[in-house]
Design a protein around this ligand. Structure first.
Ligand code: ZN
Length: 358
């Protein structure tokens, strides 16, 4: 009790990426609102874990899964890998899974009105955080569900969609992604299609975040050339520290800084470790090293978290959303100031969303 005044309070965390809606969609045992609200043993984000770790919200991805799931078993301990990408996903399949995940998000908000809020603006996120409701910004990871006439975009936007990753790693009608390859370069394949360029312009017009994580390098430069908004990678790391095709080169980091953009640190051990292995027994020091590097390259306003919770093998030392403050504590020990921690934890994402809004 005597020392409690010296213990810094938990810093609320607004995070750049999770796959919780897909996890809830894939489990069939219980209603998603029950699994989320009461919590389940497995899984990275549910209400009790969020409350325990100061998870205050984030980008909630709707990722349309491949019809046949990608086999990542060779990746787990390997120091080199190259996993073939699934074929293009038919729009019917992408729309069906997207509607399912969107419905889950809306039902969570309806079933847990004091705990969950779907947010459309930075102002709504701030209000939700002030009311201690988990602030969800709807994101699409891979635009397969969106037809080139943008009819589905009209519908999804009306439902709250405010962030689009043009591609997950497989190709679609808008562009091409990076492979699951280590070591690997993001410089693979051609840039955006004409439809992809039109989608970027439409996102700019509507104030939707364009997410560059998973996009190949030529696509990245196409977006950098045409987008009027800050450049964003919601869940990517530093290529100079971990040579995954999913990570950002120094040149890309310089362009993101130039645009006033943000990079969310991905907790996926395979994108953190110098050896590319997906191992839960990975120390948090490697996360500090990536953040140090991002801080140097992007400045204090350019780095944030993009956990990839419920979509990746993350360090045991964090374990789930319940362990988020352990990362904050480690950064504090490494000399990060309280003001910088607040920027990384939520302020930088809020500012980015505010500056992207139409
Ligand atoms: Zn991803």
């Amino acid at each position: 009790m005597s020392s409690s005044a010296e213990v810094p309070a938990a810093i609320p965390i607004f995070d750049g990426h999770n796959d919780t809606l897909l996890r809830l969609a894939l489990q069939k045992e219980k209603p998603p609102e029950e699994v989320f609200g009461k919590g389940a043993g497995s899984g990275h984000i549910d209400l009790p874990k969020a409350r325990a770790g100061g998870f205050a919200g984030g980008f909630f991805a709707m990722f349309p899964p491949p019809i046949k799931s990608t086999d990542l078993s060779q990746v787990t301990q390997a120091q080199r890998y190259d996993v073939p990408l699934p074929p293009m996903l038919p729009i019917e399949s992408a729309q069906a899974s997207t509607i399912r995940m969107l419905s889950i998000m809306l039902r969570l908000e309806q079933a847990l009105p004091d705990d969950v809020a779907v947010c459309r603006t930075a102002g709504e996120i701030r209000a939700a955080m002030a009311a201690n409701r988990i602030a969800a910004l709807l994101h699409i990871e891979g635009a397969e569900a969106i037809d080139p006439d943008f009819a589905m975009l009209d519908v999804l936007y009306a439902a709250g969609l405010r962030s689009i990753g043009l591609v997950w790693s497989r190709s679609n009608i808008y562009g091409h992604g990076v492979p699951f390859r280590f070591p690997g370069s993001p410089d693979v394949g051609p840039g955006l299609t004409d439809a992809g360029k039109a989608l970027v312009a439409e996102c700019n017009r509507r104030g939707i975040v364009v997410d560059l994580s998973h996009l190949n390098e030529q696509g990245f430069w196409d977006v950098a050339g045409i987008s009027t908004a800050p450049l964003v990678a919601t869940h990517s790391n530093v290529h100079a520290l971990s040579e995954s095709a999913r990570n950002l080169t120094d040149k890309q980091l310089a362009a993101i800084r130039e645009s006033g953009g943000v990079v969310g640190l991905n907790f996926a051990t395979g994108f953190l470790r110098p050896d590319g292995a997906m191992r839960a027994d990975t120390d948090l020091d490697i996360m500090v090293r990536h953040l140090d590097y991002l801080l140097e390259r992007l400045g204090e306003d350019g780095l944030a978290f993009g956990s990839d919770f419920d979509g990746a093998v993350i360090p045991n030392a964090i374990g789930s959303a319940a362990g988020l403050q352990r990362l904050v504590d480690r950064l504090r020990e490494a000399g990060y100031s309280e003001a910088l921690l607040r920027k990384i934890a939520h302020e930088n994402w809020l500012s980015l969303i505010e500056r992207t809004q139409a």
